[in-house]
Design a protein around this ligand. Sequence first.
Ligand code: LFR
Length: 499
Amino acid sequence: MNLQDGKNTLVTIDLGAGSGRIMLYDYINESLKHQEIHRFSKYVVGKAGSETWDISKIIKEIKVGLLKIKKAGYQRNLSIGIDTWGVDFGLLDKKGNLIANPFHYRNKIFSNTRQVHDIITFGDLYQRTGVQYMKFNTIYQIVTIKNMYPEMYELADRLLLIPDLIIYFLTKEISTEYTVASTTGLLNLNKKDWDWEIIDDLSLKRNLFTKIIMPGEKKSFLDKAISNELGLTNCFIYSVASHDTASAVLGTPLRKNEAFLSCGTWSILGVVENKPIINQSAIENNFSNEGNFDGNQRFLKNIVGFWILQETKRDWEKQNHILKYENITKKVARINSKNQYIDSDADIFHHSGDMISKINDYLKITNQKNADEINELVRIILESLALNFNDKCVLLEETINKRIDIIHIIGGGAKNEVFCQFTANATGKIVYSGPEEATATGNAIMQLLSMGLIQKNEVIKVIENSFYIKKYLPQNRGQWKTKIKDYRKICELYNSKIT
Ligand code: LFR
């Protein structure tokens, strides 16, 4: 199929919590060639603790990106895919207007989960949905809104998760894509449809929840008015695996007994399984069964990952220091480890702002030395993350009752060589890094699958043809085994002190 002057041209719109990227992919000779067209950020509005998402800014930036694509000579037959973070949603009124900017999952209003658990226990929810407990899952958000903002809830006619909301603004079409729905805590694991029993038990309006569609099932044309405004012809949006992690997993050359570690704002460690895993260890260790692009399961765990590094960088820059990740990680590799650690999962790191002082609070509570130097701080963050991943990897292997041989690091973390090496050292496993833009790659691949240009069994080949995948072998295991023990002691000490 020729989309554009003999080439297959795909546009990926990939929105993370920190920034959005619009890329153009050409598919030629079983390989993807990409170029970044537009990158934008700062679509979070409101102070720390009361953040919302600026949807009109996002739509404006998407239009800027599409215009740049047109200027680059691509004007018609563009195939577009959109993926974003999960969980959050916008509410539309009966006329189809967005009632307010969607709440950000870090917004402090999302803290009371009792209002749900008083009606349905977490154990029951887990049996039905397989979703890990996070206080900002959609299920808790919508019940919070219903109780705290009854007027807003009253007006609401449709609940659209962020990728579906963006598609609605670009095409006027309404539906809910399966992989992103699987992050809500409201999707029935086995039926792959809304869990109407949970929805009724919580007295939520059924009409809020729109038809679930599978990745690749739906193709919607760009709204006429927008096409005219941008001067584009015959452009369409595919329902890709619109949860960013689902796209990232599809963009990973993942084989049997291999795990993915997707490192963006969140770090997400997991495997793909053909059946949900609901056992004691899964529930106790808070693993999630999320939807894979093909209806299989991504069995995974969210770890508060590069968020701490991003926030530290922001703090440092506020003090007028310029910080480039490449430079800083090179320096970090050269300094000696001081064997100081933090538990990135500790609740204090969840909210934005003052990250450097939060790290120092953690160090103080656990009788460790203060850290002011940026290199030291970054070393603490990266080593602690790798040690955290090791612990989660052990839990993952126990829970799925299988050995993992290889970990694929994808996303921004993949280009951080120091971090990739630390992860190999901490876990004792072979680490492969790349693609760095696995999410956009998975988004593009889902479009190729939807058009029938490639088959499922060709996906890994296309990824390996397109990207350099680097291999890291574990080093200094003796030293890292001591670190593992010390890190665990610090985490225990902290937990004993704050509870
Ligand atoms: C990663 C991610 C996670 C989800 C978190 C909040 O970007 O989508 O999978 O748990 O963001 O939505």
